[in-house]
Design a protein around this ligand. Structure first.
Ligand code: SAM
Length: 230
């Protein structure tokens, strides 16, 4: 297991900028961003750009999200200690690790910790994410699964929170089904690289959902059964 290297000036400055800009607000989410720096998860050729607030290539034509986007999504998810979270689109595993630091912090007894399940459809990326998660000591709090996350992960459902890190044409029905009553789902909805809105759904006790648009975004497309046909 490799120790997380905290304390890069560039990374600390980036987190500080996101705090000063009002993007990062919750102490637990801020701490998690500091304690799971993006550079630890990147392939060699992207590491030097880790502290730039942009998406970066992770191989197989995919990207890791920009830090401000991970911050926006983590704040919008209203994460709490103990939450069971499903992420669709593991990529390199970084976003899942930032969430694990919030829902399953080290100082919380194991029985009260939450868990992150993250699904990745590209086998090489699932392997990279799993390798990063194990190497950096998140293996007891994050499970990486290779598969089509547009179908959710029924065996481990229901989830308190679900996030999708790729843009879908519409909200995949299995994800709504696998969300707990009172749960929150965040998903970019829109076209392939165009006209996407970050969308937040809250599931009511009668199973209906209340939808909010949080702003325009640009994500890689969700593929698979409920994704784009590309
Ligand atoms: N969260 C990631 C990270 O921390 O690196 C970045 C995610 S990247 C923006 C979107 C990812 O979604 C890509 O790795 C892509 O292969 C994956 N993806 C697309 N469709 C998928 C699907 N149906 N199921 C699972 N993963 C999918």
């Amino acid at each position: 297991m490799t120790e997380i290297r905290e304390g890069s000036d560039g990374w600390d400055q980036l987190v500080e900028n996101l705090v000063n800009g009002g993007v990062l607000r919750s102490p637990r989410v801020i701490r998690a961003m500091k304690q799971a720096p993006r550079y630890c998860f990147l392939p060699e050729r992207s590491i030097e750009y880790a502290s730039m607030d942009t998406p970066l290539p992770i191989g197989r034509g995919q990207t890791v999200s920009a830090p401000h986007m991970v911050a926006i999504m983590n704040e919008a998810l209203e994460l709490r200690v103990g939450h069971r979270v499903l992420e669709v689109g593991a990529g390199c595993g970084w976003h899942a690790a930032t969430i694990a630091r919030v829902v399953a912090p080290e100082e919380t007894p194991r029985t009260e910790r939450g868990h992150v399940f993250t699904v990745e459809i590209v086998p090489e990326l699932a392997k990279m994410a799993r390798g990063n998660i194990l190497r950096l000591g998140f293996g007891d709090r994050v499970t990486v699964i290779h598969g089509d996350g547009s179908l959710g992960l029924p065996d481990s459902s229901p989830y308190d929170r679900i996030l999708v890190t790729a843009a879908a044409p519409e909200v995949p029905p299995p994800l709504v089904k696998q969300l707990k009553s009172g749960g929150i789902l965040i998903i970019p909805i829109g076209g392939v690289h165009l006209f996407q809105s970050l969308t937040r759904l809250r599931k009511e006790s009668n199973g209906s959902t209340i939808e909010e648009k949080l702003g325009g975004v640009a994500f890689v497309p969700l593929v698979g059964s409920f994704g784009h046909r590309i």
